[in-house]
Design a protein around this ligand. Structure first.
Ligand code: IPE
Ligand code: IPE
Ligand code: MG
Length: 234
């Protein structure tokens, strides 16, 4: 089975560069190639939503030079990728605390979102200045203010309208969620690989999808119940 929504914590750029005796930003540059390769593969595989954790709220605490290079790279990628988005019918979205981004970057994001909003294929979501705790807090405040009924909390999260991830991939061997989609990952399958992000390309992505296909998702039910349901739907 192909997951509807795959989310990726892209980790290991710094170590990838260090292993080659280069600056950390060299790894970030190479990482953008992996973003392109995975997006292309997601289109081929028929995935509907592909999320990339590009910059966490905590990443603001990195050295200023690295933060500004990451922001520069983000703006550059958004501009460079626009023709590819149009060619591949990709809809672009950004999720995160955008009040911390520069006016220029916010403007470029708005443009890319507007131009690609006519596309109907893959939705590519970049999580920028995002934190799962921030998301839950901002949603809780708006949920309470609206007096919304129980069961509708997800509509106030920054990911409103996006189905919860079916598969979460994290590269570089770290096995933690690092404040990504805390609420949304309630029933997500986790896949951890030692491969560093700049080396994660189509064949690595395919391997993750194969592993996902071999899992049985039970959502609290028994394996026997799921087997019966699967038989009935065949
Ligand atoms: C992921 O790679 C990119 C971001 C978090 C922005 P890192 O920069 O975290 O690379 P490592 O973990 O230091 O190797
Ligand atoms: C997680 O990577 C955030 C992103 C991939 C954007 P980090 O490298 O920041 O995570 P920690 O600090 O090792 O948990
Ligand atoms: Mg890291």
């Amino acid at each position: 089975m192909i997951p509807e929504h795959v989310a990726i914590i892209m980790d290991g750029n710094g170590r990838w560069a260090k292993m080659r005796g280069k600056e950390r930003v060299f790894g970030h540059h190479e990482g953008t190639e992996s973003v392109r390769a995975c997006s292309e593969y997601a289109v081929e595989a028929g995935i509907k939503y592909l999320s990339f954790f590009a910059f966490s709220e905590e990443n603001w605490n990195r050295p200023e030079a690295e933060v500004s290079e990451l922001m520069r790279l983000m703006a550059l990628s958004i501009l460079n990728e626009r023709p590819t988005f149009m060619k591949n019918n990709i809809r672009f979205r950004v999720v995160g605390n955008r009040s911390r981004l520069s006016d220029e970057l916010n403007h470029d994001i708005d443009e890319a979102v507007r131009v690609t909003s006519v596309n109907t294929g893959l939705t590519l979501i970049v999580f920028l200045s995002y934190s799962g705790k921030w998301d839950i807090e901002q949603a809780a405040a708006r949920f309470a203010a609206a007096g919304a009924p129980e069961g509708h909390f997800g509509e106030y999260l920054a990911t409103a309208g996006i189905p919860d991830p079916d598969l979460l991939i994290r590269t570089s061997g770290e096995q933690r969620i690092s404040n990504f989609m805390l609420w949304q990952c309630a029933y997500t399958e986790f896949y951890f690989t030692p491969v560093l992000w700049p080396d994660f390309r189509k064949s690595e992505f395919r391997q993750a999808l194969e592993e996902f296909a071999s899992r049985q998702r039970r959502f609290g039910k028994t394996g026997d119940q799921i087997n019966v349901e699967t038989k009935l739907s065949e």
